[in-house]
Design a protein. Sequence first.
Length: 208
Amino acid sequence: GVALNQLTGYDQIEQVKRKVTDQAEAFEHSRDEVQSAKKEYEEAIDTRSSTQREINELLQRKHLWTGEDVTRFTELYRLEHDHSRAELTAKERYQHSEKQMDREYMALAQSIMERYHEEQLWSDKIRSVSTYGTWALMVVNLLLFFAVQTVFEPMKRRRLTDRFEDLLVAKVAEEELKFKELMDERENAINVQQTAILTAVGELAASV
């Protein structure tokens, strides 16, 4: 199978197919990264929004603050700063993941187009080889036909003619031999009859 693939050029198709499979896996991985980054970004937004709401609530009753409220506001203000940075980091990761997914998608589309192009070239080559093979078989069949008609058939007819002539000569010789034997038998019979007649005539003459 490997030798046949190398001979027909299908090993290049296999390489392109593996490339498409690998690129599809890379795209799936990048899409999972986008989903994870998006979820992290949304959670960061929710956390910062929650902190911001609590800060706003404290500011609305600033004139009623207690010592605990001052401590909580200070803590929330520091957390809000940390959450803002976390949100910015999550946003950057999310945007980077989206760009990476777009690149992987474009690479996947390119590899699919390359696979389609290679398969089309391979298919065209196979059809071309098949066409040439068909023409070659037709030429071989025509050559065989002419060879049979011009070489083998005359030889066959000549052999049959020679065989028939041999059989005819043998049959004629056999018939001539039979005829000769028959004539010899008749001649012998006539000779015997003539001898018998002569003997009878001689005896009759002697008696007179």
